[in-house]
Design a protein around this ligand. Sequence first.
Ligand code: IFM
Length: 451
Amino acid sequence: MNSFPKDFLWGTATSAYQIEGAYKKDGRGASVWDRFCETKGKVWEGHTGKVACDHYHRFREDIGIMRDLGLQAYRFSISWTRILPSGRGKVNAKGLEFYDRLTNELLQAGIRPFCTLFHWDYPTKLYDKGGWLNEESPKWFSDFTLKVAERLGDRIVDWMTLNEPQVFVGLGHGTGEHAPGDKLPIAKQLKIVRNVQLAHGLGVQALRAGCAKRGRIGWAPVGVVFYPATDSPGDIEAARKWTYGCGNNHMFSNTLWSDPVVLGRVAPEAEKAFGKALPKYSDADLHTMAQRMDFYGVNIYQGTPVTEGPKGKGKVIRFPDGNPRTAFVWNVTPESLYWGPKFLHERYKLPLYITENGLSNIDWVSTDGKVHDPQRIDFLGRYLGELKRVVNDGVPVKGYFQWSLLDNFEWAEGYKQRFGLVHVDYGTQKRTLKDSCDWYRNVIRTQGDMI
Ligand code: IFM
């Protein structure tokens, strides 16, 4: 087995609401997550992101940790309501200054910033005007994006418009498990899908117009992965079909989201699955959505095995009893990091980044003062092994962002789930590097050769 390419990029990822805290500091406006956290019974044990990892005040210390790790790239997101407290209109200079400082410190540390415009913290003021259902919403997003591009686009080159639209629409507006907690009928969810895709397209245009440096632009949807239970051609074909499908888990599809954005068409699979519930996509809509992208970012944590099944329709295989699972009870499926990129590249033909992958584990500080997390090391090693295999098979995966640098606020699960390479004591804000942090440092140092 060969190595990862010399220019393969090693990073970690975070998002604004999950780490920044400082929820009222320097004029930040409220997001739907602030409101959701205030609503009784929505978030585990009533946790909130009010303080989180206090990264807003401790970002220099955190960049020190990144430097110590030898990190080459860092993916973070912008809090929309720090920049535009009401979601649109008056710009909050202090909000922009924070990301200015963050960007400068990263660059000084030799770390390449990868900036995500939207990672779920939607302005409440805009939600109250109809949010993503409002036909103006794509424009609201692109106006916000333009402000960020004009300020940071002389230094940041790598951009992603949206993080995991499947989740913020599916859980935020479908099942109601995430903010804003809506349970909309499918036709309305699909209307949101279309507006979000338009927002992406206008956002790319805003980045191209506003950045002083030529940007490299992508997005970061969930990679919904089905992988073949065996190497038989029938199983492989079934896995491919399911990965491109729009199954029962409505919003959790690759092609519903990415065909309009990358290929400029509505996915035939989506037409079949949703029929009349799909809103009309005009030629002009598709033209706006399908802006040229430089890469396809994808977040992959798990996959589902399938076999050819009766009449070649494919059949999901049940995991064996006692299958390894994460603390989130997600099945440990390293194969997903082989088959996911492979199938997505076959369809979309873009260079890829793994913009998230990682393990939620039950970690704590041991009596020796260290945090021992052998499961995370094993998990990451297995997944990276599969990633190396797919890269060696010629699929152009350009980099990998481990989720996450720090333990952080895991949405409806509050602080129950710990994904970090760095343990955070939320009472004292003390950071403790976990064993996996040392391990990842070696992965980076050897450019993945130790995998
Ligand atoms: O913490 C989240 C992140 O915000 C989006 N992707 C999945 C992660 C783990 O659940």
